[in-house]
Design a protein around this ligand. Structure first.
Ligand code: BYC
Length: 316
């Protein structure tokens, strides 16, 4: 098959909504675009374990601790499926991890905010995982097979995460005045960063147009953000709390909630490494990686031994 035929086949698969698989021909920029997005996504899951991991030892009950532990482990698993999906595109995991540690690769802005109370576990589950689900469900239909398939399982787990977050906030909202205030404070701090998670507005989104042509992204950043605002504006009524946006109002004509302006300076500041916890998060990740050196070494020596034993048995 010549280059033109290969490209035609790729385009016709996209047009028919067929998946592109690792061994299929694909344009180099499609490959690079996916490596960028999938590795950023994997890094977000792994760095995303840190703000919540912070509360495992301080969970208010054994049940809460078990649930949080399971959730944080799920995030670790998501990172692993996603690194594996990125590896099918020909990039090595060690390279991706180096890029995270050197600050070259991005990860979601949301994980650079501190978790200062137990209610933050609720706000992260409800708002952050809630935003993640809206962004990630369409990725189950993205054009690259290994990414789309990884997202199916991830989304199932994320929906459990969102419920556990809501459950924490509901308990606090129905608790003492102090607990209610704690829930409101967490929502006040996490709401806008969650709104920002969807990325820059459509006119400033450099990757969106191409990503949509390639059927990686199915909806724009602003479309998904609007869905999120609409969903949260309704769900918060059940909690009897409020979102920190005085301009949030139902717009009958649009059939959506209007909302106030987003502080894009804050967003870019965090994306560019200057959020409240960026340095701390990277330092913790690098330390964890260095401390795990002996595990990686032992695993690879064990794999070598096993292989050579198998070879000896075959030769005998
Ligand atoms: N934070 O052209 P755009 C989770 C960057 S983990 C940082 O719109 P794109 C969870 C963007 O990378 C949730 N950077 O980009 C885990 C680009 O820079 P580069 C993570 C951001 O890719 C644990 C530039 O801004 N989810 O759920 O079309 C516990 C221009 O943006 C952000 C995913 O990663 C941001 N928020 O759209 C709990 C989902 N937004 O790369 C929960 C998969 C934008 O050109 N990713 N940037 O240098 C995506 O869907 C898309 O990559 C995005 C951005 C919607 C994030």
């Amino acid at each position: 098959m010549d280059a033109n035929q290969a490209e035609n086949l790729f385009e016709s698969k996209l047009a028919k909504n067929e998946m592109i698989e690792p061994k299929d021909w694909m344009p180099e920029n499609y490959r690079k675009h996916l490596i960028r997005q999938i590795s950023q996504h994997a890094h977000s899951e792994i760095v995303g374990m840190l703000p919540e991991g912070n509360w495992i030892t301080r969970a208010p009950s054994l049940r809460a601790k078990l649930v949080l532990l399971a959730k944080v482990q799920d995030e670790g698993g998501h990172g692993l499926y996603l690194y594996a999906a990125a590896e099918t595109l020909g990039t090595g995991r060690a390279q991706m991890i180096d890029d995270l540690h050197s600050g070259k690769a991005k990860y979601s802005s949301i994980f650079n905010y501190p978790t200062i109370s137990w209610a933050d576990m609720g706000a992260i589950g409800w708002l952050v995982d809630g935003a993640a689900i809206l962004n990630q469900i369409p990725l189950c239909r993205c054009s690259y097979g290994p990414y789309a398939r990884a997202m199916v399982r991830i989304c199932k787990e994320e929906s459990f995460h969102q419920r556990q977050g809501f459950d924490i906030l509901l308990a606090l909202a129905n608790g003492s005045p102090e607990q209610r205030a704690m829930a409101q404070d967490a929502i006040n701090r996490w709401y806008w960063p969650a709104v920002m998670m969807f990325g820059p507005s459509d006119d400033a989104s450099t990757n969106s147009a191409q990503s949509m042509k390639w059927k990686i992204k199915r909806f724009s950043n602003d479309e998904l953000r609007q869905r999120f605002v609409d969903m949260i504006a309704e769900q918060i009524k059940v909690l009897g709390l409020v979102v920190p946006d005085p301009e949030l109002r139902w717009n009958e004509e649009r059939g959506h909630y209007d909302f106030g302006p987003i502080d894009w300076d804050e967003f870019w500041n965090v994306v560019n490494g200057n959020g409240p916890c960026n340095r701390q998060r990277l330092r913790t990740r690098v330390e964890a990686h260095e401390e795990g050196e002996w595990v990686r070494e032992a695993a690879s020596v064990y794999a070598d031994k096993k292989r050579s034993r198998e070879n000896q048995t075959k030769a005998a």
